[in-house]
Design a protein around this ligand. Sequence first.
Ligand SMILES: NC(=O)c1ccc[n+]([C@@H]2O[C@H](COP(=O)([O-])OP(=O)(O)OC[C@H]3O[C@@H](n4cnc5c(N)ncnc54)[C@H](OP(=O)(O)O)[C@@H]3O)[C@@H](O)[C@H]2O)c1
Length: 255
Amino acid sequence: MNSIVILGAGNVAFHLTRALLENTLNVRQIFNRTLSKAQEIGEASRISYTDKISEIEKADLYIIACADTAIEEFSHYIPYDDVLVVHTSGSSPMSVLKGDYRKGVLYPLQTFSKGRTMRYDNIPFFIETEHEKDAQDLVELANRISNEVHLLPFEKRLQVQMCGVWANNFVNHMYAIAGGICERNGLPFDVLQPLIHETAEKMLEMEPKQAQTGPARRGDDIIINRHLDVLQNDSRLLQIYQILTDSIKREYDND
Ligand SMILES: NC(=O)c1ccc[n+]([C@@H]2O[C@H](COP(=O)([O-])OP(=O)(O)OC[C@H]3O[C@@H](n4cnc5c(N)ncnc54)[C@H](OP(=O)(O)O)[C@@H]3O)[C@@H](O)[C@H]2O)c1
Protein backbone atom coordinates (compact mmCIF):
# COMPACT_ATOMS: atom_id res chain seq x y z
CA MET A 1 0.00 0.00 0.00
CA ASN A 2 1.94 3.00 -1.21
CA SER A 3 -0.53 5.64 -0.16
CA ILE A 4 -3.33 5.89 2.39
CA VAL A 5 -6.12 8.42 2.94
CA ILE A 6 -8.06 8.44 6.20
CA LEU A 7 -11.68 9.59 6.27
CA GLY A 8 -12.89 10.74 9.69
CA ALA A 9 -10.98 12.54 12.41
CA GLY A 10 -12.19 10.93 15.61
CA ASN A 11 -10.55 8.61 18.14
CA VAL A 12 -9.67 5.80 15.74
CA ALA A 13 -8.51 8.13 12.98
CA PHE A 14 -6.21 9.89 15.47
CA HIS A 15 -4.55 6.66 16.64
CA LEU A 16 -4.48 4.85 13.29
CA THR A 17 -2.80 7.84 11.67
CA ARG A 18 -0.20 7.85 14.40
CA ALA A 19 0.32 4.06 14.29
CA LEU A 20 0.65 4.00 10.50
CA LEU A 21 3.06 6.94 10.39
CA GLU A 22 5.17 5.56 13.26
CA ASN A 23 5.64 2.49 11.11
CA THR A 24 6.62 4.54 8.07
CA LEU A 25 3.41 3.89 6.19
CA ASN A 26 2.46 6.66 3.83
CA VAL A 27 -0.65 8.40 5.17
CA ARG A 28 -1.24 11.17 2.68
CA GLN A 29 -4.36 12.97 3.80
CA ILE A 30 -7.13 13.26 6.38
CA PHE A 31 -10.66 14.12 5.33
CA ASN A 32 -13.35 15.17 7.79
CA ARG A 33 -16.56 17.22 7.60
CA THR A 34 -15.35 19.35 10.54
CA LEU A 35 -12.17 20.91 9.23
CA SER A 36 -10.75 21.83 12.65
CA LYS A 37 -10.58 18.17 13.68
CA ALA A 38 -8.90 17.11 10.43
CA GLN A 39 -6.53 20.04 10.88
CA GLU A 40 -5.66 18.96 14.41
CA ILE A 41 -4.54 15.51 13.24
CA GLY A 42 -3.08 16.79 9.97
CA GLU A 43 -0.89 19.42 11.60
CA ALA A 44 0.27 17.10 14.38
CA SER A 45 1.22 14.47 11.81
CA ARG A 46 2.41 16.84 9.08
CA ILE A 47 0.01 15.54 6.46
CA SER A 48 -2.56 17.35 4.37
CA TYR A 49 -6.18 17.66 5.44
CA THR A 50 -9.44 18.75 3.91
CA ASP A 51 -13.18 19.01 4.52
CA LYS A 52 -13.99 19.03 0.79
CA ILE A 53 -15.06 15.78 -0.84
CA SER A 54 -13.79 17.04 -4.21
CA GLU A 55 -10.28 17.41 -2.73
CA ILE A 56 -9.97 13.81 -1.54
CA GLU A 57 -6.72 12.57 -3.09
CA LYS A 58 -6.18 9.40 -5.09
CA ALA A 59 -4.60 6.67 -2.93
CA ASP A 60 -4.18 2.89 -2.84
CA LEU A 61 -6.09 2.51 0.42
CA TYR A 62 -8.92 4.51 1.99
CA ILE A 63 -9.64 3.91 5.66
CA ILE A 64 -13.10 5.09 6.70
CA ALA A 65 -12.89 5.69 10.45
CA CYS A 66 -16.12 7.53 11.11
CA ALA A 67 -19.24 6.87 13.19
CA ASP A 68 -20.93 3.63 12.09
CA THR A 69 -24.03 5.56 11.04
CA ALA A 70 -21.96 7.62 8.57
CA ILE A 71 -19.86 4.82 6.98
CA GLU A 72 -22.28 4.30 4.11
CA GLU A 73 -22.40 8.04 3.35
CA PHE A 74 -18.59 8.27 3.43
CA SER A 75 -18.32 5.23 1.19
CA HIS A 76 -19.94 7.21 -1.64
CA TYR A 77 -17.19 9.88 -1.49
CA ILE A 78 -14.54 7.72 -3.16
CA PRO A 79 -14.91 8.03 -6.92
CA TYR A 80 -12.25 5.47 -7.94
CA ASP A 81 -12.76 1.77 -8.67
CA ASP A 82 -9.14 0.57 -8.71
CA VAL A 83 -8.60 1.19 -4.99
CA LEU A 84 -9.22 -0.64 -1.71
CA VAL A 85 -11.70 0.93 0.72
CA VAL A 86 -12.02 -0.38 4.28
CA HIS A 87 -13.92 0.66 7.38
CA THR A 88 -12.79 0.14 10.98
CA SER A 89 -16.01 -1.06 12.59
CA GLY A 90 -16.43 -4.32 14.43
CA SER A 91 -20.20 -4.19 14.25
CA SER A 92 -20.91 -3.11 10.67
CA PRO A 93 -20.68 -5.56 7.77
CA MET A 94 -18.37 -4.95 4.82
CA SER A 95 -21.50 -4.53 2.68
CA VAL A 96 -22.21 -1.06 4.14
CA LEU A 97 -19.49 0.12 1.76
CA LYS A 98 -21.22 1.16 -1.46
CA GLY A 99 -18.96 1.73 -4.41
CA ASP A 100 -17.35 -0.02 -7.35
CA TYR A 101 -13.98 -0.30 -5.59
CA ARG A 102 -12.59 -3.34 -3.74
CA LYS A 103 -13.87 -3.53 -0.16
CA GLY A 104 -12.59 -4.62 3.20
CA VAL A 105 -12.58 -4.15 6.97
CA LEU A 106 -9.68 -3.35 9.29
CA TYR A 107 -11.05 -3.62 12.83
CA PRO A 108 -8.73 -2.89 15.80
CA LEU A 109 -9.93 -4.38 19.08
CA GLN A 110 -8.98 -1.66 21.53
CA THR A 111 -10.58 1.32 23.23
CA PHE A 112 -9.27 4.48 21.60
CA SER A 113 -9.51 7.95 23.04
CA LYS A 114 -7.89 10.85 21.27
CA GLY A 115 -4.73 12.27 22.78
CA ARG A 116 -3.80 9.23 24.86
CA THR A 117 -0.38 7.67 24.45
CA MET A 118 -0.74 3.96 23.91
CA ARG A 119 0.96 0.84 22.62
CA TYR A 120 -0.11 -0.30 19.19
CA ASP A 121 2.00 -3.45 18.80
CA ASN A 122 -0.31 -5.67 20.87
CA ILE A 123 -3.64 -4.50 19.46
CA PRO A 124 -5.52 -7.35 17.75
CA PHE A 125 -6.49 -6.37 14.20
CA PHE A 126 -9.31 -8.30 12.49
CA ILE A 127 -9.38 -8.21 8.72
CA GLU A 128 -11.99 -9.10 6.15
CA THR A 129 -11.80 -8.46 2.39
CA GLU A 130 -13.61 -9.42 -0.80
CA HIS A 131 -10.41 -10.49 -2.51
CA GLU A 132 -7.56 -12.74 -1.33
CA LYS A 133 -4.83 -10.40 -2.57
CA ASP A 134 -6.30 -7.49 -0.57
CA ALA A 135 -6.36 -9.69 2.53
CA GLN A 136 -2.65 -10.40 2.06
CA ASP A 137 -1.90 -6.69 1.61
CA LEU A 138 -3.95 -5.64 4.64
CA VAL A 139 -2.39 -8.36 6.81
CA GLU A 140 1.04 -7.12 5.74
CA LEU A 141 0.06 -3.53 6.58
CA ALA A 142 -1.44 -4.45 9.97
CA ASN A 143 1.62 -6.58 10.76
CA ARG A 144 3.74 -3.45 10.48
CA ILE A 145 1.74 -2.06 13.42
CA SER A 146 0.88 -5.10 15.50
CA ASN A 147 1.85 -8.70 16.24
CA GLU A 148 -1.80 -9.77 16.52
CA VAL A 149 -3.41 -9.84 13.09
CA HIS A 150 -6.26 -12.20 12.16
CA LEU A 151 -8.62 -12.80 9.26
CA LEU A 152 -12.20 -12.92 10.54
CA PRO A 153 -15.63 -12.87 8.84
CA PHE A 154 -18.33 -10.44 9.95
CA GLU A 155 -20.36 -12.87 12.10
CA LYS A 156 -17.30 -13.60 14.27
CA ARG A 157 -16.13 -9.97 14.23
CA LEU A 158 -19.49 -8.91 15.64
CA GLN A 159 -19.08 -11.42 18.48
CA VAL A 160 -15.54 -10.18 19.21
CA GLN A 161 -16.73 -6.57 19.17
CA MET A 162 -19.55 -7.47 21.57
CA CYS A 163 -16.93 -9.01 23.89
CA GLY A 164 -15.32 -5.57 23.86
CA VAL A 165 -18.63 -4.10 25.00
CA TRP A 166 -18.76 -6.57 27.92
CA ALA A 167 -15.07 -6.32 28.84
CA ASN A 168 -14.61 -2.59 28.39
CA ASN A 169 -17.79 -0.54 27.98
CA PHE A 170 -19.78 -2.26 30.72
CA VAL A 171 -16.80 -2.49 33.08
CA ASN A 172 -16.11 1.20 32.50
CA HIS A 173 -19.74 1.95 33.31
CA MET A 174 -19.31 0.08 36.60
CA TYR A 175 -16.35 2.36 37.39
CA ALA A 176 -18.55 5.38 36.64
CA ILE A 177 -21.24 4.05 39.00
CA ALA A 178 -18.69 3.29 41.73
CA GLY A 179 -17.11 6.73 41.24
CA GLY A 180 -20.53 8.39 41.61
CA ILE A 181 -21.18 6.53 44.87
CA CYS A 182 -17.73 7.57 46.17
CA GLU A 183 -18.43 11.17 45.24
CA ARG A 184 -21.84 11.21 46.96
CA ASN A 185 -20.07 9.95 50.08
CA GLY A 186 -17.30 12.53 49.96
CA LEU A 187 -14.61 10.07 48.90
CA PRO A 188 -12.24 10.52 45.95
CA PHE A 189 -12.37 8.01 43.08
CA ASP A 190 -8.67 7.41 43.86
CA VAL A 191 -9.60 5.12 46.78
CA LEU A 192 -10.72 2.57 44.16
CA GLN A 193 -7.55 2.71 42.08
CA PRO A 194 -5.55 -0.06 43.80
CA LEU A 195 -8.61 -2.32 43.53
CA ILE A 196 -9.06 -1.49 39.84
CA HIS A 197 -5.36 -2.13 39.14
CA GLU A 198 -5.36 -5.45 40.96
CA THR A 199 -8.59 -6.54 39.24
CA ALA A 200 -7.08 -5.89 35.81
CA GLU A 201 -3.73 -7.44 36.71
CA LYS A 202 -5.37 -10.57 38.12
CA MET A 203 -7.23 -10.94 34.84
CA LEU A 204 -3.92 -11.24 32.99
CA GLU A 205 -2.87 -14.18 35.17
CA MET A 206 -6.10 -15.95 36.20
CA GLU A 207 -9.30 -17.17 34.57
CA PRO A 208 -12.04 -14.59 35.26
CA LYS A 209 -14.20 -17.32 36.74
CA GLN A 210 -11.49 -18.19 39.26
CA ALA A 211 -10.81 -14.53 40.08
CA GLN A 212 -14.37 -13.68 41.14
CA THR A 213 -14.82 -12.67 44.80
CA GLY A 214 -17.53 -10.79 46.73
CA PRO A 215 -20.89 -11.46 48.40
CA ALA A 216 -22.63 -12.87 45.30
CA ARG A 217 -19.77 -15.32 44.72
CA ARG A 218 -19.93 -16.39 48.38
CA GLY A 219 -23.74 -16.50 48.36
CA ASP A 220 -23.78 -14.09 51.32
CA ASP A 221 -27.40 -12.84 51.31
CA ILE A 222 -26.99 -10.82 54.52
CA ILE A 223 -24.45 -8.51 52.87
CA ILE A 224 -26.37 -8.46 49.58
CA ASN A 225 -29.51 -7.32 51.42
CA ARG A 226 -27.57 -4.54 53.17
CA HIS A 227 -26.44 -3.27 49.79
CA LEU A 228 -29.98 -3.52 48.39
CA ASP A 229 -31.22 -1.44 51.36
CA VAL A 230 -28.62 1.23 50.61
CA LEU A 231 -29.84 1.35 46.98
CA GLN A 232 -33.58 1.49 47.81
CA ASN A 233 -33.90 5.07 46.55
CA ASP A 234 -32.14 4.48 43.26
CA SER A 235 -34.17 2.06 41.17
CA ARG A 236 -31.68 2.07 38.27
CA LEU A 237 -28.70 1.03 40.41
CA LEU A 238 -30.91 -1.37 42.39
CA GLN A 239 -31.89 -3.18 39.17
CA ILE A 240 -28.30 -3.32 37.88
CA TYR A 241 -27.08 -4.64 41.24
CA GLN A 242 -29.77 -7.33 41.32
CA ILE A 243 -29.19 -8.47 37.73
CA LEU A 244 -25.41 -8.73 38.21
CA THR A 245 -25.75 -10.44 41.58
CA ASP A 246 -28.16 -13.03 40.10
CA SER A 247 -25.84 -13.57 37.16
CA ILE A 248 -22.80 -14.17 39.40
CA LYS A 249 -24.82 -16.53 41.63
CA ARG A 250 -26.01 -18.54 38.60
CA GLU A 251 -22.47 -18.77 37.24
CA TYR A 252 -21.42 -20.65 40.40
CA ASP A 253 -24.66 -22.60 40.94
CA ASN A 254 -23.08 -25.97 40.31
CA ASP A 255 -19.74 -25.33 42.03
N1 LIG B 1 -13.32 4.33 19.62
C1 LIG B 1 -12.99 3.07 19.67
O1 LIG B 1 -12.48 2.64 20.72
C2 LIG B 1 -13.18 2.16 18.49
C3 LIG B 1 -12.47 0.94 18.49
C4 LIG B 1 -12.55 0.12 17.37
C5 LIG B 1 -13.35 0.49 16.29
N2 LIG B 1 -14.07 1.66 16.34
C6 LIG B 1 -14.87 1.99 15.17
O2 LIG B 1 -14.17 3.00 14.44
C7 LIG B 1 -15.11 3.93 13.87
C8 LIG B 1 -14.79 5.32 14.37
O3 LIG B 1 -14.97 5.36 15.77
P1 LIG B 1 -14.44 6.60 16.63
O4 LIG B 1 -14.54 6.22 18.06
O5 LIG B 1 -13.13 7.06 16.08
O6 LIG B 1 -15.54 7.66 16.30
P2 LIG B 1 -15.59 9.17 16.79
O7 LIG B 1 -14.39 9.51 17.60
O8 LIG B 1 -16.93 9.39 17.36
O9 LIG B 1 -15.46 9.96 15.41
C9 LIG B 1 -16.51 10.01 14.58
C10 LIG B 1 -16.07 10.59 13.24
O10 LIG B 1 -17.18 10.40 12.37
C11 LIG B 1 -17.59 11.65 11.85
N3 LIG B 1 -19.05 11.66 11.73
C12 LIG B 1 -19.95 11.24 12.64
N4 LIG B 1 -21.20 11.36 12.15
C13 LIG B 1 -21.07 11.87 10.91
C14 LIG B 1 -21.99 12.22 9.89
N5 LIG B 1 -23.30 12.06 10.05
N6 LIG B 1 -21.52 12.70 8.73
C15 LIG B 1 -20.18 12.87 8.57
N7 LIG B 1 -19.24 12.57 9.49
C16 LIG B 1 -19.69 12.06 10.64
C17 LIG B 1 -17.11 12.68 12.85
O11 LIG B 1 -17.01 13.89 12.18
P3 LIG B 1 -17.02 15.29 12.97
O12 LIG B 1 -15.66 15.46 13.51
O13 LIG B 1 -17.38 16.27 11.91
O14 LIG B 1 -18.07 15.17 14.03
C18 LIG B 1 -15.78 12.07 13.28
O15 LIG B 1 -14.79 12.34 12.32
C19 LIG B 1 -16.48 3.40 14.22
O16 LIG B 1 -16.93 2.59 13.17
C20 LIG B 1 -16.24 2.55 15.47
O17 LIG B 1 -17.20 1.52 15.59
C21 LIG B 1 -14.00 2.49 17.42
